[in-house]
Design a protein around this ligand. Structure first.
Ligand code: FAD
Length: 294
C-alpha cells in the first residue's frame, strides 16, 4: 500500500467546500447532513452555486441563509450576471447581505442555450470584472472570482484570459478559484503565468473528486480540462465498480492535492457535488482532521 509522504514535509491545507442548491426536500435534508459533516473540518468558507440567469436564485438564497442560521462556518454565495439587469443582480447581493452572507463568488455565467454566444444584457454587467466593481458598491463583500488553468473556452488567447483575470482581481476580488483540472502542471504553469502578469492574489485550485467517471469526462469536455491517456486508462470502466471507483478516485484526488501542496499551494477548494464521503476521505488523507466529530 503506498505510503503517504511524511506529514511534516507538506503543510496541512486550508480547505473550502462548494455545494449546489438542492432541488427537493429530500435533497435538502441530505445536503444539511453533508454540510454538517464537512463543517467539522472548520473550512475557510462553504460556497453555494447560483444558476446562470437566476435559475436557482431562490434556492441558492434559501440554502445560504439556512447555512448562516445553522452557524456551519463562513458562507459564500455565488452570483452570476448573465441575462440580468444590474438592479436585479444588486438586489440578490442585498438579499445575501441581509441574510448574513458576507462573501460572494462573482461570475459572469453562461448563456441559457448551451453553445450560444454570450451577449451581455443591455442593462447588465458585461463581464465578471464589472460585476465585482458593482458588488463593491452594494456592500463591503469579500469577493472571489473564477480562473481557468486550461483557459476559458471563449477566451481569445490564454494571455488575454489572464489579463481579464487580473482585471477582476484589481476590481476588488481577493482570490481566484480555479476550474477543476486533473494534471497538476496545468495549474502550476497557469500560476506561473499569472504571477508573471502581476497577479499577487492567491489562486486557489478547484479540486473535483470524481464521483462518476462518465459524468467527469462530460464535465471535462465542457470546460476543456485535459485528461491524459494514463489517467483515462485508470478510470475507464470504473463506473461498473462503484466501491473500487470511490477508492481509486479518492486516491487520485489526494495524489493531485499532495503534488500541489508540495508546490506551495496552501488552500484547496473542493467541489463536493453535495456528497460528504469523498471530500471527507480526501481531507483525512491530506491530514485535515475534523475539529468536531460529525
Ligand atoms: P469572465 O471573467 O467575465 O470571463 C468570461 C470570458 O470573457 C473569458 O473568456 C474571458 O477571457 C472573457 N473576458 C473577460 N473580460 C472581458 C472583457 N472585458 N472583454 C472581452 N472579453 C472578456 N457558473 C454558474 O452559472 N454558476 C456558478 O455558481 C458558477 N460557479 C463557478 C465557480 C468557479 C470556481 C468557476 C471556475 C466557474 C463557475 N461557474 C459558474 C462557471 C462560469 O460562470 C463560466 O465559466 C462563465 O463562462 C465565465 O464566468 P467568469 O466569471 O469566469 O467570466
Amino acid at each position: 500500500f503506498p505510503v503517504a509522504p511524511a506529514r511534516s514535509s507538506v503543510k496541512t491545507p486550508v480547505i473550502s467546500f462548494e455545494f449546489f442548491p438542492p432541488k427537493t426536500e429530500g435533497a435538502a435534508r441530505s445536503l444539511q447532513q453533508t454540510v454538517a459533516t464537512l463543517a467539522g473540518f472548520a473550512p475557510e468558507f462553504l460556497s453555494v452555486t447560483y444558476g446562470a440567469g437566476g435559475t436557482t436564485r431562490d434556492r441558492t438564497l434559501a440554502t445560504t441563509a439556512e447555512m448562516v442560521r445553522q452557524g456551519v462556518g463562513p458562507v459564500a454565495g455565488h452570483l452570476t450576471c448573465v441575462g440580468a439587469t444590474r438592479e436585479d443582480v444588486n438586489a440578490v447581493a442585498q438579499e445575501y447581505w441581509a441574510a448574513g452572507v458576507r462573501h460572494i463568488v462573482a461570475l459572469r455565467g453562461d448563456p441559457g442555450t448551451p453553445g450560444s454566444r454570450f451577449e451581455p444584457h443591455p442593462g447588465g454587467y458585461a463581464h465578471a470584472a464589472d460585476l465585482v466593481k458593482g458588488l463593491k458598491t452594494v456592500a463591503d463583500f469579500e469577493i472571489s472570482v473564477a480562473a481557468y488553468p486550461e483557459t476559458h473556452p471563449e477566451a481569445v488567447s490564454p494571455q488575454k484570459d489572464i489579463e481579464y483575470l487580473k482585471a477582476k482581481l484589481d476590481a476588488g476580488a481577493t482570490r481566484a478559484i480555479t476550474q477543476f483540472f486533473f494534471v497538476p502542471e496545468a495549474f502550476l504553469r497557469f500560476r506561473d503565468r499569472a504571477v508573471a502578469a502581476g497577479i499577487t492574489a492567491p489562486i486557489v485550485p478547484g479540486i473535483l473528486p470524481i464521483a462518476n467517471v462518465a459524468q467527469a469526462y462530460k464535465f471535462a469536455e465542457l470546460c476543456g480540462a485535459g485528461i491524459p491517456e494514463t489517467l483515462r486508462a485508470t478510470l475507464d470502466g470504473l463506473d461498473a465498480h462503484p466501491e473500487a471507483r470511490a477508492m481509486v478516485t479518492t486516491a487520485l484526488a489526494a495524489e493531485l492535492c499532495r503534488t500541489l501542496l508540495a508546490e506551495g499551494v496552501e488552500h484547496l477548494h473542493i467541489y463536493t457535488l453535495n456528497r460528504a464521503e469523498p471530500s471527507y476521505a480526501l481531507c483525512r488523507l491530506l491530514g485535515v482532521m475534523p475539529a468536531l466529530q460529525a
